[in-house]
Design a protein around this ligand. Structure first.
Ligand SMILES: Nc1nc2c(ncn2[C@@H]2O[C@H](COP(=O)(O)OP(=O)(O)OP(=O)(O)O)[C@@H](O)[C@H]2O)c(=O)[nH]1
Length: 185
């Protein structure tokens, strides 16, 4: 499922395309295709689900491995990845401590957020702003430019996915791969 979202960041209109994957239910080919598609990644676990936390490291390594293609020049940076612990409002059901999340993020040298998509829209926005700003820092999208995408094979395979949106010249289109549904209705 792809979610589309527009936001003004640093005075610029940014068009997000967020692909929500089914996580553990997907086979490795599906997940690889989706990882290839993304420009940045929010790897989301639930603080109430230890198994989802245990998947984070594997997914981060997979992202790095898949994006370490020969197309990238040696020394070029990996796509931005943010680790996100969701459902922090469910304190009584918590199975993963904040410290566990922080330690993993330090070990992998990745930004870390604990959020509640139920309670805070702003916390969710912060995750995507971080990914966007990291992409800008890496210089993949220079100011005033935007990335055009054609309809990928991936999109054709996924029934509910729509063709790439039409972009106006003031906008950018970025594709982020989220491992959990994240946008509040
Ligand atoms: N309390 C609380 N519930 C949440 C939060 N985020 C999601 N949920 C609930 O958790 C349930 C699962 O949410 P989903 O967004 O479907 O989770 P998912 O991980 O995408 O599930 P899959 O479809 O299996 O990939 C739903 O009932 C949501 O309402 C949160 O921050 N706090």
């Amino acid at each position: 499922m792809i979610y589309r979202h527009m936001a003004v960041i640093d005075g610029e209109m940014v068009h997000f395309e967020i692909l929500d994957t089914a996580g553990q239910e997907e086979d490795s080919l599906q997940i690889e295709e989706k990882i290839k598609w993304g420009d940045g990644f929010a790897v989301v676990y639930s603080v109430t689900d230890r198994c989802s936390f245990d998947e984070v490291m594997r997914l981060c390594f997979l992202i790095n491995h898949i994006h370490a293609s020969p197309r990238r020049s040696s020394g070029s940076e990996q796509p931005p990845v943010v680790i996100v612990g969701n459902k922090k409002d469910l304190q009584f059901d918590r199975m993963v401590s904040t410290e566990d999340g922080e330690n993993l993020s330090k070990a992998l040298k990745l930004p870390f957020y604990e959020i509640s998509t139920r309670d805070s829209y702003e916390e969710t926005v912060a995750v995507f702003n971080t990914l966007y700003q990291e992409l800008m820092r890496q210089g993949h999208f220079s100011p005033g430019s935007f990335k055009r995408r054609t309809v990928s094979k991936l999109m054709e395979k996924i029934p509910r996915m729509q063709a790439s949106s039409t972009l106006n010249s003031a906008g950018r289109s970025l594709s982020f791969n989220s491992f959990r549904d994240y946008i509040p209705e």
